[in-house]
Design a protein around this ligand. Sequence first.
Ligand SMILES: NC(=O)c1ccc[n+]([C@@H]2O[C@H](COP(=O)([O-])OP(=O)(O)OC[C@H]3O[C@@H](n4cnc5c(N)ncnc54)[C@H](O)[C@@H]3O)[C@@H](O)[C@H]2O)c1
Length: 333
Amino acid sequence: MEKIRLGLIGCGGRMQAHIHSFEQMDNVAVVAVADPVEQRRNAAAERFGCQRIYADHRAFFEKESRETLDAVIIAIEPTAHKGVEEAAIDRDLPFLVEKPMTLDVHQAEEIARRVEEKGLVTAVGFQDRYLDLMDMIKAELPRHKAGGLVYGAWVGGIPGVWWWQKKTDCGGQLVEQNIHLLDGLRYLYGEPLSVYATCSRGIVEPGKDGVSPEYDTDDHSTVVLRFENNVTATLVSGCYTQGVRPNCGLVITLNDMIIDYRLRNNLILRTAHETRDIDRQVDQTLLLDQAFVEAVRTGNPAGVRSPYGDALKSLKVGFAANESMETGKVIYF
Ligand SMILES: NC(=O)c1ccc[n+]([C@@H]2O[C@H](COP(=O)([O-])OP(=O)(O)OC[C@H]3O[C@@H](n4cnc5c(N)ncnc54)[C@H](O)[C@@H]3O)[C@@H](O)[C@H]2O)c1
């Protein structure tokens, strides 16, 4: 079997999970890598015995093309998307890009338009869509009366990446991190009708405990999303706790069942008569990577659960929530 030739752009934290996938897949060959940090790009290249090593995406795309590669994997910080996907599109290269795909909605819209126009295979790193637990929730919901309350939470400490320190660099916790649960809600309930959000600062102190003096990412935010069929979801995000964290995930209160999804770990289904506790069995990032590679191999994108155009809808809801945090207004879609 011909191997799918991959190039990696960005060899930081998240790319390590993709590298772990590709090491397990015998139908791919990582043949090119790029990262401005020498130690990171060399370490990634070494994992695959790869010889084509570049200092950034510009040097990468000066040499790489559809002749030398079959697809590109992009995992760079949210503000580093400066011509990366565009260069892949110019060269007709399918790409998998990590969320949030950019903080510039106009750029994302143009990328989505060009991807659609060219019929390029794309995937976005919404790994939770590939979870067996998410499949079970999706299958369970229609067995009950529609409607109800959904409470979602992603609360913990401050992530270690430098670009978290400023909201203009990371997009805020909802757009950067809790967009996974936001996208999960869209996956389960369809497009939201409206969003309202608040945010708060004052717990994390800029300049203290290793936090940058310029730190301005919100401590926490609360988002209320209305969906069709009388579903209302509240999504809380927090990045201020130290050494403690509440349960994260989604709690869905149906008329006769509580669905308690513990983030990427287990799913508790509770009725008046029984409680079932089901552990996650799959590596969802591996499934995401396999789905993308299979789509590239066959040209059939059916297995990709979050192509760029769909992921853009989640990104836009995140941006609308940020707008609501700033203006105090409800945004209707
Ligand atoms: N899907 C998920 O579950 C998940 C998990 C973690 C992070 N992410 C996302 O992945 C992205 C990267 O996060 P991370 O934690 O890996 O950050 P990171 O800072 O650890 O790594 C980003 C890397 O990109 C490199 N880079 C920047 N500009 C580049 C360029 N022009 N060309 C090549 N390389 C470049 C940086 O030097 C760095 O090594 C973010 O958007 C983040 O939200 C997704």
